[in-house]
Ligand binder design. Structure first.
Ligand SMILES: [Zn+2]
Length: 247
């Protein structure tokens, strides 16, 4: 039974920041901008910002939040710390690191592919996947190779099947439509698309997904999950990613 309370905070056009709360601690994941985060905090004082990567649409609220809450820790990867590209970063993590926060252990996965420094924060049955894994999709390869990205996606999908995956952008409907047009008829994907469209029509987020749902319907890993170590896995992932880039 999870004691975390997680609230998606829509930011910018289609980004999600997240409020992560325990009875005695409060963290914010990827504060794209400060105003909606401050509103969601409702007077609570956050003690940490968890950054999945350095892109402007994830770090944009850091400076204003640090000015308002001077005690804030700013978490990010060792790669991004070395490159000094996450403002005000105070802690630097590598793959396999564990951090204590609010009575919980946070496991750090380094998931390069979208960027060199991309991290996933895992705790208590929840994972914050940034722009590495989206609902039914994955991020673009700005700084990584297909091999790196596929390994990162498979590492996330090796978490227990019920793990909640909280992703960085609301792209689920577009990803599932792409999956059906690119991958052909697939009943579980079609059902998931229906569910996602209904949520969006009610202005509700499709986040979180689960590991089980992604294993069943994420087109980018469909072949790799069947044969994770063959060259077909990389070729299939690369072809899907290239097709999605121009979809
Ligand atoms: Zn990004």
């Amino acid at each position: 039974m999870s004691t975390l309370r997680i609230t998606p905070i829509p930011c910018l056009k289609d980004n999600y920041a997240y409020l992560v709360e325990t009875p005695d601690a409060c963290a914010v994941v990827d504060p794209s901008e400060a105003a909606p985060v401050i509103e969601a905090l409702g007077g609570r004082q956050p003690n940490a910002l968890w950054l999945t990567h350095h892109h402007w649409d994830h770090v944009g609220g850091i400076e204003a939040l640090c000015a308002r809450y001077p005690e804030l820790e700013v978490w990010g990867s060792a790669v991004d710390a070395q490159l000094r590209r996450i403002p005000k970063q105070t802690r630097a993590f590598e793959h396999g690191d564990q951090a204590r926060w609010g009575g919980h252990t946070i496991d750090i996965l380094h998931t390069p592919g979208h960027t060199k420094g991309a991290l996933v924060y895992v705790t208590d049955g929840h994972a914050f996947t940034g722009d590495t894994l989206f609902g039914g999709g994955c991020g673009r390869l700005f700084e990584g190779t297909p091999e790196e990205m596929l390994a990162s996606l498979l590492a996330i999908l090796a978490l227990p099947p019920e793990t909640h995956l909280w992703f960085g952008h609301e792209y689920t409907v577009a990803n599932l439509r792409f999956a059906l047009s690119y991958g052909g008829h697939h009943p579980e994907t079609a059902q998931r698309l229906k569910d996602a469209e209904a949520l969006r029509q009610s202005q509700l987020p499709t986040t979180p997904s689960t590991v089980a749902s992604e294993r069943a319907t994420n087109i980018f890993v469909r072949d790799a999950l069947k044969r994770p170590h063959g060259p077909e896995a990389i070729a299939s992932f690369t072809a899907a990613r290239l097709a999605k880039n121009v979809a």
